[in-house]
Design a protein around this ligand. Sequence first.
Ligand SMILES: Cc1cc2nc3c(=O)[nH]c(=O)nc-3n(C[C@H](O)[C@H](O)[C@H](O)COP(=O)(O)OP(=O)(O)OC[C@H]3O[C@@H](n4cnc5c(N)ncnc54)[C@H](O)[C@@H]3O)c2cc1C
Length: 355
Amino acid sequence: VTTPFPAPSATAWPADAEAIFALALPESWGGAGRGALAACDRLEALGRQGVPRGILLGMAAHLFGVALPLAAFATPAQAARWSAPLRCGTAIGALAVTEPEGGSSFEAMRMQARPGTGGGVVLDGEKTLVCNGAIAGLFLVLARHFPDRGALGLTAFLIPRDTPGLHVEKLEVAALPGAAMARLVLQGCEVPEEAVLGRAGAGLRIFTRAMRWERACLLSGWLGAAERDLDRCLAALGGRAGGAPLRHQAVLHRLARMRLRLDAARLLMRRGAEAADAAREDAAAAAMAKLAVSEALVECAQDTARLLAGAGWRLDPFDAAAAVAETIGGLFASGTSEVQLDTIARQMLAERRVA
Ligand SMILES: Cc1cc2nc3c(=O)[nH]c(=O)nc-3n(C[C@H](O)[C@H](O)[C@H](O)COP(=O)(O)OP(=O)(O)OC[C@H]3O[C@@H](n4cnc5c(N)ncnc54)[C@H](O)[C@@H]3O)c2cc1C
């Protein structure tokens, strides 16, 4: 018996995952219509409770990279098929864009979509570093459909996991096992016309909209995890020799900078989430949020490791080095810092009509 997607028990997502997805999704999708910002607050709370970063990333990739973009672009038939499973998490979504030749540029995208013999579309190519890929029931795949139209020739396809010609392989990665990263190989993978999301050639528009949600909100849960680590670090420092480390100004200043970075990052995240929910054409707001949050998280993880010193190395009260490795993954997901900087600079020039 083949099942259309893995059973929910295949994942370790927390019980309130469904409530978080429903909170954000529109009423037409059976949700409360409160948008991404409300979900960010709930994900951050899960991070504070100690849900692993890989799981938080997977939940966020499902909601911000797949479910919300589908709610914005799906046809009534696509919504009828996917709204309930995506809202409940019985079908986990995975956004497949990055390819082995390079994820930062569409020029490097090799995956091709060509007309099939049966009236559908045939996809060939490879995707990598697909978050949730190993457990996903539905892939949102970007492919080159009209080779002579550059980035405007991309189309987004909805491809269920059991589609013949789609092969999924779990990836060995540096950290974040809960993110269930996978590599996809599509070989003569034929999908019907109805698998096109939006319309043929609208892939860039859909990807851009998905990136506004993803870049702004993807790491919201990790802000909660950083707050938890900061609290545990403060408690550990306070407990050492009557709080002796806290009498050093250098230690206090490091702590103050951590507080500043996390609060500043959260404000930019909230602004980015609001802009994405309002469908504002503000790619820079999302890019600034992604840049600020991801860089703040790495810096705070490094600061925590330095402050805990040998205790962190002994995994007491937690593995501070692992937190550094995990947060480094956040620098690349949804586009590297250099790509975010490009986006911010380009929008600034366009707004001032320079060059
Ligand atoms: C934890 C994690 C989760 C991820 N989840 C997903 C997912 O769900 N779906 C998905 O499709 N992908 C996912 N990715 C892949 C991610 O989107 C890519 O790693 C990222 O876009 C960068 O692409 P790349 O790794 O191919 O690097 P490359 O594009 O090869 O870049 C290499 C280096 O060149 C720099 N560079 C490239 N272009 C420019 C430029 N124009 N200007 C300046 N510098 C540039 C980059 O910043 C980087 O330093 C994930 C990655 C990680 C680590």
